[in-house]
Design a protein around this ligand. Sequence first.
Ligand code: DGT
Ligand code: CA
Ligand code: CA
Ligand code: ZN
Length: 587
Amino acid sequence: MTTKADVLAMLAEMATLTTLDEETNQSFKVRAYESARLAVEAHGADLTGLTQAELQKIKGVGKAIAAKIRELVDTGAVTELEALRAAYPPAFVELSRIPGLGPKTLKQLRSQLGVEDLDGLKAAIAAEQVRTLPRMGAASEAKLARAIERLGLTGKDRRTPVARARPLAERLVDELKLVDSVQNVLFCGSLRRMAETVGDIDITVAATSPDTVMAAVRSHPAVYEIVVSGDTKTSFLTAPGASGASLQVDVRVVAPDQLGAATLYFTGSKAHNIELRQRAIDRGWLLNEYGLLDAEGAVIASRTEEEIYQALGLAFVPPPMREATGEVEAAARGELPEVVQLADIRGDLHYHTDRSGDGRAPLEDMVKVAADRGYAYLAITDHGEDLAINGSSRAQMLAHRDRIRALQEEYPDLRILFGCELNIGAAGGLDYDPDFRREFDYTVASVHSHFDGSARDQTTRLVKAIADPTVDSIGHLTGRYIGRRPGIELDIDIVLEALYAFDVALEINGALDRLDAASDVVRRAVERGVKLVINTDSHHTSELGRMEYGVLTAQRGWVPRDQVINTWDRERFLDWVATHREHAPGA
Ligand code: DGT
Ligand code: CA
Ligand code: CA
Ligand code: ZN
């Protein structure tokens, strides 16, 4: 059975492979696949039942693409995609993930140097052949070598970005819940701990009939190749996908009354489990994936994780904190911080409308979905004028403000702030001028360009922006895309020092491919007393769910609720916005 997720995957892969084929990502065809993917993603209902004519009626889906969607649904494959896959094998496609390696250079690497995969590319670099290609030189060759190193694109320790793994895992969990005899399904492992990259997906199913579940798994459309298959565990590989890498999924079935012990065990981390097991041993007990057992083998606890932690004399440890970095000891002393929860969030403070060139829904729709979530405040932060194509002029911003103020009257329970996402320029400058920037009720300042540069220069750049009295928060600190683009390099301690001194909030951006600031930086920010803000950076009404990923990242960084400014009630939050700039030493 083909689902919407399969259609999205097909369109993404077509865009990637057509880019290689046409040696540009700006061709009509590539852009058509990309807009179709966004249109399908935004399309509320399942569209696999639509006819070609009905598909074509969706704005952004043309005739040729509608036909390919039908072909996929009807036959399970797309002829043109198969041909492209044959021409561009996964190991070659994977090279397009390397920053700075465009489709034109890739084609030359292949035709002139015979590069077919990463090993071939490394050999060509080692032999100093890459510098001989047109538009390349010794400097760009060295840059390429560094990019490969930083991406960690090396053989068996290759890991999958959470942005690819999590949607697939969420979908598998939802589908397995529908199988006969299944009582509950959870993904575990590093994915549940909200790691940025995962080695594989671990799924635990509580069911009374393992046979039924294993049969359903083996016949699932996501299965590309079965690795092992037993009575209660099946591991399989997914199709290699646009990035060229397969992803392994381990599905295990357990008895419903052992679900807590099983999920505790398979969530890990291994090091966390070792510390728990030691506490059990200290009490003369045994802890394994079936339960917490006493010396006679009688079950003390197994049904829920909460019962097991409690029996071990520990507070419940949220999965993102289970990394053996002091959480077990803190849980034993009752000193685990009360970390922020999704339900604590009162507003979103980095949020776009189609006033931004890359925004994909009108102000009215964006505000409505925020109000539907029950938020008490919302900052509309469309791009400032310096962002090419996507930014707004002063006149456009002021007209936007009028619309926001008018709309405010329809939402007595939601305070809508007229905000801006300012661009931090190469030397730390910002859009407009200080007087105009003061017109905004709230600002987030972010890096959108100039990603190269020494840590020293980038740190100076950031500190300059932080010190500006019109900046309330810093968005996606490093600008990284996990697994695709390394962020800017920074001296984090100096940046945190500046954030603290100027009382500027540090964003945790919940977009799955960003998760920026990263959890390790966030944890240092907590220790330093820096305020945090968790945002979705939504560009569409379908993206508000990212808040959960931001919150989980915050938990991984041990963030107490009260240190997050968008957990505060409206009065306290607005009061902070009004006064923090005055208190800042630069004001
Ligand atoms: P990953 O997949 O590399 O991102 O990291 P994890 O933590 O998901 O590791 P994985 O998939 O090898 O194993 C899942 C969990 O199973 C792990 O977090 C802890 C638990 N576990 C406990 N003891 C062992 C053991 O001896 N071997 C394995 N494979 N897993 C264990
Ligand atoms: Ca795993
Ligand atoms: Ca595993
Ligand atoms: Zn943004």
